[in-house]
Design a protein around this ligand. Structure first.
Ligand SMILES: Cc1ncc(COP(=O)(O)O)c(C=O)c1O
Length: 459
C-alpha cells in the first residue's frame, strides 16, 4: 500500500442513528443499572464496545443471501450449504449448528465431561469456564508465562504453557482429562494469538496421552492473520490455508459465529468423532432443535455460511487487525497501560497499572469502565475480579489474574472518527485516574455474576 491511512474496505449502505445522552442521563443510567454496564439500555450508549459478539455489520451479500433462506424444519437447503462451507473450512465431518457458542460448549461438555474431570485451556472464556464447572469439573488455565504480563511485547501471548499442560494431566490423571481446549485468539487473555508451532506442541501432548484436542475457534480468522504476519514460514500462505492447517491439528471445535462468522447470531460444534456427534445431536434435539437447524433460522445459516467466506478475505483481515492496532497506538502513545501488543478484536486497558490505588476486591477495572461511560458514553467491559474473581464468605474476593477493561470493536461497524472519539475519551479519563474510587458488590448470582451483579461506589 502506497498510503498509510487504513481505509475501511467497504462503503456504508445503511445507517443507524446514535446519540450521546447528557451527563445527568448517563449518571441516572449508572444508578439504575447498579453500576453494571450490562444493565444499560443500548440507547444510553454512543459507542458500544461491550463486545464484538454478534454486533458487527453484515454485508449486502449476507442480507441478500438471507432472502434465499430455506426454512424447512428438516433437511433445509440452507443447512446443507452451511454444512458444506464449515466442512470445507474445518475439514471436520460432523457439523452441528447451535444458536451460539455457549450452546456448542454445553453440548460438547455434557457429552464429554464428567464430575471430577479437568479441562485444560490456554484461558477459558467465561461461558466456557462456567459450562465446564457446571458439569462439576475443573476448568484449568495454562497460558504461557508471557500471557500473564500485560505490558510484555511478544508475538504469541495466547500460547499454551506446554510444561504446565503435561504436568496438570499427569497430576490429575489422564483418564480424568477428557479433552484439551485451545482458545484462538485468547479472548480473556487479551485477544492474543496462538502460534501454529504451539498448536502442534499441544497436539503432541494430547497424542502422548490419547486426549482429544478442541479449538474454541470464535476468532480463528484473526488468529490465522496473526500467524501470517508473525510466524516464520506463513507470510505467503492465504488466511484460508492457515485456518485449515489450524483446524487440521485439532479433532474438533466449538464456534460462536457471532465473531468470525460475521453474523448476528449462531454457532456450531464441529468434530470428527461420530459417537460424540451422535450423542451431541440427541442433546441438540432436546434443547436447540432438529440437527439441520439447531436453534437457528434457515436465513441465519445462510448469513453464517457467507460470513465464513467473507471473513477470510485478506483486505478485510488487514483492515480489521490494523484498525484495532490504530486505537491501541493512540492509547499507548499517551502512556496509558494496555495489554501489548494489541489483540485482534479489542484493546485492553490495564486498570491494575492505571489505578494502583484501587485494590482488586474494590474492582479497579469496573471503576475504569464506569468512568469511560460517565465521561463520554463509551461502553466497554470489565475483565477482572468482577468477572473472574471468586466471592469468599466474610473475606475479600479472590482476585482475578488481571484487571482489564476490554474495548471490543464490532466488525465493520465504526469508522475511524468514531475510534478517534473513543481515543479522546480514554485519554481524558486517564488524566483523572487518581480521582477514581472503587466499588463493592451488593448483589450477585452464583455463577457468571458479572452479567447481573449490582454494585455501589465506595466513599
Ligand atoms: C473465546 C470465546 N468462547 C466462547 C464464547 C461464547 O460464545 P457465545 O457468546 O456465542 O455463546 C465467546 C463469546 O464471546 C468467546 O469470546
Amino acid at each position: 500500500m502506497a498510503y498509510k491511512t487504513i481505509i475501511e474496505p467497504f462503503r456504508v449502505h445503511t445507517v443507524q442513528a446514535i446519540d450521546l445522552p447528557d451527563a445527568a442521563a448517563r449518571e441516572a443510567a449508572l444508578v439504575r443499572s447498579g453500576y453494571n454496564l450490562f444493565g444499560l439500555h443500548a440507547e444510553e450508549v454512543i459507542i458500544d464496545l461491550l463486545t464484538d459478539s454478534g454486533t458487527g455489520a453484515m454485508s449486502t451479500r449476507q442480507w441478500s443471501g438471507m432472502m434465499l433462506g430455506d426454512e424447512s424444519y428438516a433437511g433445509s437447503r440452507s443447512f446443507y450449504r452451511f454444512e458444506r462451507v464449515v466442512q470445507e473450512l474445518t475439514g471436520y465431518s460432523e457439523i452441528i449448528p447451535t444458536h451460539q457458542g455457549r450452546a456448542a460448549e454445553k453440548i460438547l461438555f455434557t457429552v464429554a465431561v464428567d464430575e471430577g474431570d479437568l479441562v485444560p485451556n490456554n484461558t477459558h472464556f467465561d461461558t466456557t469456564r462456567a459450562n465446564v464447572e457446571y458439569r462439576g469439573a475443573t476448568a484449568f488455565d495454562c497460558v504461557c508465562a508471557e500471557g500473564h504480563d500485560p505490558s510484555l511485547e511478544a508475538p504469541f501471548k495466547g500460547n499454551v504453557d506446554i510444561e504446565a499442560l503435561r504436568a496438570v494431566i499427569l497430576e490429575h490423571g489422564v483418564e480424568q482429562v477428557p479433552l484439551v481446549m485451545v482458545t484462538v485468539t485468547n479472548n480473556s487473555g487479551g485477544g492474543q494469538p496462538v502460534s501454529m508451532a504451539n498448536l502442534r506442541a499441544v497436539r503432541a501432548v494430547c497424542d502422548e496421552f490419547g486426549i482429544p484436542l478442541f479449538l474454541d475457534a470464535c476468532r480463528f480468522a484473526e488468529n490465522a492473520w496473526f500467524i501470517k504476519l508473525r510466524e516464520p514460514g506463513y507470510a505467503d500462505r492465504t488466511p484460508r490455508e492457515i485456518a485449515r492447517e489450524m483446524f487440521a491439528i485439532a479433532d474438533g471445535c466449538t464456534m460462536s459465529a457471532k465473531k468470525d462468522g460475521l453474523a448476528n447470531i449462531g454457532g456450531f460444534l464441529a468434530l470428527n468423532d461420530r459417537e460424540w456427534a451422535r450423542q451431541a445431536r440427541n442433546l441438540l434435539i432436546l434443547t436447540e432443535g432438529f440437527p439441520t437447524y439447531g436453534g437457528l433460522a434457515g436465513y441465519d445459516l445462510e448469513a453464517i455460511a457467507t460470513g465464513l467466506e467473507e471473513v477470510l478475505d485478506e483486505q478485510y483481515l488487514h483492515y480489521r487487525i490494523r484498525s484495532t492496532e490504530y486505537l491501541a497506538e493512540t492509547v499507548h502513545r499517551a502512556g496509558i497501560p494496555t495489554v501489548r501488543p494489541p489483540g485482534g478484536h479489542a484493546v485492553y486497558l490495564d486498570a491494575a497499572a492505571l489505578l494502583p490505588h484501587i485494590p482488586p476486591h474494590q474492582y479497579p477495572a469496573q471503576a475504569l469502565a464506569i468512568a469511560l461511560y460517565r465521561a463520554g458514553g463509551v461502553r466497554g467491559v470489565e475483565i477482572g475480579t468482577v468477572m473472574f474473581g471468586r466471592a469468599r464468605a466474610g473475606e475479600p474476593d479472590e482476585p482475578a489474574a488481571m484487571e482489564l477493561v476490554r474495548l471490543a470493536i464490532p466488525r465493520r461497524m465504526y469508522t475511524q472518527s468514531h475510534i478517534d472519539y473513543v481515543g479522546e475519551v480514554i485519554l481524558d479519563t486517564a488524566a483523572h485516574a487518581d480521582e477514581l474510587r472503587g466499588y463493592r458488590i451488593v448483589e450477585q448470582a452464583p455463577w457468571l455474576r458479572h452479567f447481573t451483579a449490582r454494585l455501589e461506589p465506595l466513599a
